[in-house]
Design a binder for this molecule. Sequence first.
Ligand code: ADP
Ligand code: MG
Length: 589
Amino acid sequence: MSLASTNPELSENTVAPETLTDGFHLLIDALKLNGVETIYNVPGIPITDLGRYAQREGIRVLSFRHEQHAGYAASAAGFLTKKPGVCMTVSAPGFLNGLTALANATTNCWPMILISGSSEREVVDLMQGDYEEMDQLAIAKPLCKAAYRILHAEDIGIGVARAIRAAVTGRPGGVYLDIPGSLLGQTMDAIEGKNSLVKVIDPAPKQLPAPDAVARAIDVLKSAKKPLIIMGKGASYVQADDVVRELIEKSGIPYLPMSMAKGLLPDTHPQSASAARSLVLKETDVVLMLGARLNWLLSHGKGKQWGAPHSKKFIQIDIEPKEMDSNVEIAAPLVGDVESCAQALIDAMGADWEKPSADWTGAIRAKVDGNIQKMASRLQNNSVPMNYHSALGVIKKVFEDHPDTILVNEGANTLDFARSIVDMHKPRKRLDVGTWGVMGVGMGSAVAAAVETGCPVIAVEGDSAFGFCGMEIETICRYDLPICVVIFNNNGIYRGDDENLSGGDDPATTAFVKDSRYEKMMEAFGGVGIYATSPDDLKRGILTALKTGKPTLINAIIDEAAGKESGNIGSLNPQSIVAQTRAAEAEGN
Ligand code: ADP
Ligand code: MG
């Protein structure tokens, strides 16, 4: 931009404003120079004008109702675009609200930058009680990949460059950038200011695996009788879809996609072992991990789910060297980026690569076909009230017919059932609760998905999960985004029929108001509200939403007794002495 000339707000007592620029404009110019096109924002002191000016300078600035959701949107944008998603907040409380999302982005290995205004350093450091006083930099540090503070206008260029590189290079993650309010008003010579900006060259350089590590991986892979590939969201993130597909298809190895790797190859691909997950985890002898971690989501690579102890060898492709051996021994670590490592394996497999035996792939196929068939009739049940299967049967079909639509998904049972029932047909079409299993990411993810991709979005939300972010439907209506929120309303958390153990009048701790009319919330902001009691209602509602592109909320009534405690992860709940005794008795019987 033409710096000071478009900046009437430069303080009036400066001598020659046309030759000056200020912190506001340097920050905006630095972001623009590095390709930032969108900021997910909540205005307030001291960043209100920063948002205004950014909008004037051509950045799309989307204002949210709460910083956590602006932050979740920024992190989802980072995942979808491979560029850091930027969230902007006010000081102390706004910063803390945004920090949850920044920590979540870091946990998910997604690039994001949280820019928060902060109060005067001199006052904060002497703890003299400033407006929204907080040592934000110190608090952010342990919760993100890197944290920086810029004190002088001439350092804005380098500060922004550091933040961008830190967010995307190596293992991506969240970066905090602390902007004391006084920085924004600092002025400096416009030409010097322009020269102080830094464009980040090659922010995430290729990282090639070492040739001996590739040879070792191939040796281990060749020794396998029952090989398996597990792809994670790291493999989705890299946007090397063709190379990943070539590795899978050339190797002939069955694969399991983790939740957000679904669709990297279509879930209906003949090598997908999703519907035979228990079988393959138990039986496999060599596992190739592709941008996925052996964390709690995979029982840490050991335990009952994985069959006989020490019966597996792991090959792991990851850009983060420290990820190796985090949970079990990695027989063949391949440190590098997914694309380079996958390409190196493809090249090393050569022309005479032997695909896995038909014994192994045939047994998996038989299990997959059997399980899919068993499921089919449950998905077509038309009775009222709906259960998870009948409602998701409708949604599965919608995604078959509209594969470009993005699915946002959160909840307990709503998440678990949707993940296994609804096939994804294209890469990066599924956004969910991620590595933490965090609730409340839905509306932020939906906004980012619509804004960053232009594709329609269907957000399948448990009624509880929706409650954490529901106010953002105003944001959805304000920007008129093609988002259809489907609430699986079963009157509560896990189930709606729980009872107060004291016998008292208060509802159970997990119960909500029965028959809540969530669709009216959407109507309040000018969107379309639909009350759906049957699979037909649901189908009609979604198809209309897709056709019109109007913000829509479908209140889908689900049998309140259909869910189970904590969905598929009930075993993570600590057991009280009463429950332990009951379990022991049950086992004895
Ligand atoms: P999931 O939850 O789907 O299993 P995770 O988030 O646990 O996936 O794992 C993703 C992994 O991908 C992380 O260990 C991260 O370091 C890795 N990763 C991210 N980007 C790249 C990349 N460009 N190349 C290789 N690995 C990557
Ligand atoms: Mg519920």
